[in-house]
Design a protein around this ligand. Structure first.
Ligand SMILES: Cc1ncc(COP(=O)(O)O)c(C=O)c1O
Length: 481
């Protein structure tokens, strides 16, 4: 036992100091892990051994270990003795784009050089922790039903094999869903299955944009779109938002491609109303621009009826409609889709084959059965109820902190923005939170045009109410320090 306790002997609990013993223990262990004094992979003593050593009850120790497991500091899945999880270092979130310090980029194409310079995406290492944005709750996923769909699909994969990249049954089943729930208007052949929504966005950029052409992105907005357009050689302009979303009347440059998230603007959650949508479609038609409508988490809408997709009112054939199952179903069902304008069907099919952006047929067949048998719609209904409750819970808990946070709960989606009042800086706050076990993404790097608000971008979908409370507790403590 002496051996398993080596390195832990500096744990000191003071029963009389007014702070609960569980809290003292979890704080000290967390600090030791964050400071590297307990290295990742290190096995801790069992809760019984620790309790004996510290002369406290086993419940006290178990509660501290559970807390740290929830925060991602400890892995308790492998036996009685918790293991210190792989710890992100100070560069846990790639907050600072070290643009000059990148590796030597000579000998690479312009595309690769541009990709190398990009500061997207944000990367959090280690196990997902509250409040990683955009993450679906895998615990609520119907694993047994999905497993059955996969088994059936695997069994019949060979006899069904043909050379098409997009399985017609899935194109039809998905389209049926999109017509009914999102008001999409298309034929099945316009639906393309892609490995991710990001792959779809990048391929659209290559199909539509020539180097030097102007692409608009929302500011604040989705960094993945900006990165894809820059890599395609476009001149990317961040267009500021007003209360209706993209305030494009204020821009004088004519774009070739416009990226919008009208259902729940990413990251603010703002809904683009019908008048702005109509104006945007007319504008795109007039200047000959194409629009990417990224409907990434629009399946989850909590207030009133969801507004139908822009694509459904597009008469000029301008809109590429993009979505992803990684948000609506499970982060590891990495299948995105795009409904392309009719006149792009042929070229998009070739571009998809040329770049090899194909989703395996087993996965396509499993998804087709899952949707066709009604499980997809049922799952979305169930998760909408759960996510609505979590959104409310997180917003109430944050509102109760009484610090420098200001909130406007979104009508849908999977994340919320908590704005910080000056002089707080979101990068600093996020780094400190990461060290304390909570993931929040900073709002300010989402701005691609001048005005920059400071805020925390927090996902609520993947975390239950206990986890939300624990995470908000950490935010509260940090903001009160
Ligand atoms: C606005 C937006 N669009 C698209 C995506 C990408 O989805 P996928 O994982 O399918 O590439 C994300 C991912 O976070 C997103 O936030």
């Amino acid at each position: 036992m002496g051996d398993v306790l080596a390195g832990l002997i500096d744990l000191k609990l003071a029963p009389q100091n007014g702070i609960a013993l569980t809290r003292q223990l979890s704080d000290q262990l967390r600090q030791a892990i964050a400071a590297g004094r307990l290295a990742s992979g290190r096995r801790l003593p069992s809760s019984r051994e620790l309790a004996q050593h510290l002369s406290v009850s086993r419940n006290t120790v178990s509660a501290a270990i559970d807390q740290l497991a929830m925060e991602g500091y400890l892995d308790v899945s492998k036996g009685r003795r918790p293991i210190v999880a792989a710890m992100p270092s100070a560069n846990l979130i790639s907050l600072e784009a070290d643009r000059q310090g990148r590796a030597n980029l000579t000998g690479m194409s312009k595309w690769a050089q541009q990709v190398g310079r990009s500061d997207w995406p944000f990367t959090e290492q280690g196990r997902p922790r509250p409040f990683v944005p955009g993450l679906a709750d895998a615990r609520e996923f119907p694993h047994a039903i999905w497993g059955r769909c996969l088994r059936t699909a695997t069994r019949y994969a060979l006899p069904r094999r043909n050379m098409a990249c997009n399985r017609l049954e899935l194109q039809k089943a998905l389209l049926h869903h999109l017509v009914e729930y999102r008001g999409v208007n298309a034929d099945a052949q316009q639906v393309f299955l892609m490995p991710t929504a990001q792959a779809a966005i990048a391929l659209i950029a290559r199909v539509v944009l020539d180097p030097g052409e102007v692409a608009w992105v929302e500011s604040p907005g989705y960094g993945g779109a900006r990165a894809a357009f820059e890599a395609a050689g476009a001149t990317v302009q961040g267009i500021a938002l007003d209360q209706y979303g993209l305030a494009f009347e204020t821009s004088s440059h004519t774009p070739r491609l416009i990226f919008v998230t009208p259902a729940h603007q990413h990251p603010t959650g703002v809904l683009m109303p019908a008048t702005r949508r109509q104006a945007l479609l007319r504008f795109a038609d007039r200047v000959g621009a194409h629009i990417i409508e990224d409907d990434y988490d629009s399946e989850f809408h909590y207030e009133g009826r969801p507004v139908a997709a822009l694509q459904g009112s597009d008469e000029g054939g301008s809109v590429f409609y993009v979505g992803t199952f990684s948000k609506s179903l499970h982060a590891d069902i990495r299948v995105g889709y795009v409904v392309v304008p009719e006149c792009f069907v042929e070229i998009f099919a070739k571009a998809q084959r040329h770049t090899g952006q194909i989703v395996g047929m087993t996965l396509q067949d499993a998804l087709s059965d899952f949707i066709g048998e009604g499980h997809y719609a049922a799952h979305i209904r169930k998760m909408t109820r759960i996510y609505r409750a979590r959104r409310d819970h997180l917003c109430h808990a944050l509102a109760a902190i009484e610090t420098d946070l200001s909130l406007s709960p979104p009508d849908g989606g999977m994340q919320v923005i908590a704005q910080l009042r000056p002089p707080r800086k979101d990068h600093d706050v996020c780094l400190r939170l990461a060290k304390a076990g909570v993931i929040a993404r900073p709002l300010s790097p989402h701005y691609f045009a001048e005005a920059q608000a400071q805020g925390l971008f927090l996902g609520f979908a993947a975390w239950n109410e206990t986890e939300i409370d624990a995470g908000v507790g950490i935010i509260a403590r940090m903001l009160h320090e």
